[in-house]
Design a protein around this ligand. Structure first.
Ligand code: CUA
Length: 327
């Protein structure tokens, strides 16, 4: 047993152990830059835990290394050591100190969790849909869906994470959040983006053969850019919906038989010989049992060796009218 604490050798060992511990913490880039308030708090907690653990690690390891070196057995020493009894003072210290440390960690962790999940009244809600093997983002207020998540800086965003097939996991390392997408369950996550930029969205749950490529992007933009983006995305969706409706209207309008005959000669007679009266590469059309809607759908979408899209819009309406006139 020692009479005095061997301060100098212990200090030397402690400095070396502390230097190695600090070096691996500081040299390696462990975390991505925090880009939400949640990530700042979570990463702060993580580093607090690390440095606290490092202090205890240095103390315990230094004493251990000193003891191994100081009281090592010689080669011919086969005796057991002298019996020793417990040290009440030491036992109190090593019970009380870790207890205090655990209480500090618990309180800090609770505060971080509480603040990270504090919901703001003016938050933006975005639906996140996971499916093998891609991510879709829905903006319920605007009624649009996108393949890239776009969120404004400086405003809370609530992400309602859902799965359309199997279990996935929504993870943006820079956001410091991660949440399972489970079929039948809505998993809510909150972020307060603080830094504009483009960050990766990663699926963090093995979900099938395409799991490793189930990536997407999230763009954090300024509030002004977000408003502009949303207006543009909404307008584009409206325009394409209107265009689809207009095209459908044109296609299903009553067609002109004579004009349809010209379209048929140009686009169809290569395969449907003799103006559809006899079979060429394709079958004869005269005598077909297809209804008008089926004829239109087949010209539009194709069938077997016949490609779709040979006639669109007014041409489609006309050629349907022509086929109707000969069938
Ligand atoms: Cu989706 Cu892994």
């Amino acid at each position: 047993m020692y009479k005095k604490i061997p301060i100098i050798p212990l200090a030397v060992i402690a400095v070396v152990v502390a230097a190695i511990t600090a070096a691996q913490a500081l040299i390696i880039d462990w975390l991505p830059p925090a880009s939400t308030e949640q990530a700042e708090r979570t990463f702060g907690l993580l580093w607090f835990l690390f440095w606290m653990s490092a202090v205890f690690f240095v103390i315990v390891t230094s004493i251990l290394i000193y003891a191994i070196w100081k009281w090592r057995a010689t080669d011919d020493d086969l005796e057991d050591g002298p019996p020793t009894h417990g040290n009440t003072k030491l036992e109190i210290v090593w019970t009380v100190v870790p207890s205090i440390a655990l209480v500090i960690v618990a309180v800090y962790g609770y505060v971080v969790l509480e603040r990270n999940e504090a919901v703001a009244a003016d938050r933006l809600t975005v639906d996140v849909y996971a499916q093998q093997f891609n991510w879709t983002y829905g903006y319920p207020e605007a009624g649009i869906e996108t393949g890239t998540l776009v969120v404004p800086e400086g405003r809370q965003v609530q992400l309602n994470v859902r799965a359309r097939d199997v279990i996935h996991d929504f993870w943006v390392p820079e956001f410091g959040i991660k949440g399972d997408a489970v079929p039948g369950i809505t998993h809510t996550l909150w972020i307060n983006p603080t830094k504009t930029g483009t960050y990766p969205v990663v699926c963090a749950e093995l979900c099938g053969v395409g799991h490793s490529v189930m990536r997407s992007e999230v763009k954090v933009v300024t509030a002004k850019e977000y408003t502009a983006w949303l207006a543009k995305a909404t307008a584009r969706v409206k325009a394409s919906t209107a265009a689809t409706a207009a095209a459908a209207k044109l296609e299903s309008a009553p067609g002109d038989v004579a004009a349809g005959k010209a379209v048929f000669e140009a686009k169809c007679s290569g395969c449907h010989a003799d103006l559809g009266k006899t079979a060429g590469v394709g079958p004869a059309i005269v005598g077909t049992a297809l209804t008008t809607d089926q004829i239109r759908a087949q010209i539009k979408n194709g069938k077997g060796a016949m490609p779709g899209g040979l006639a669109t819009g007014t041409d489609l309406a006309d050629v349907v009218a022509f086929v109707e006139s000969i069938k």
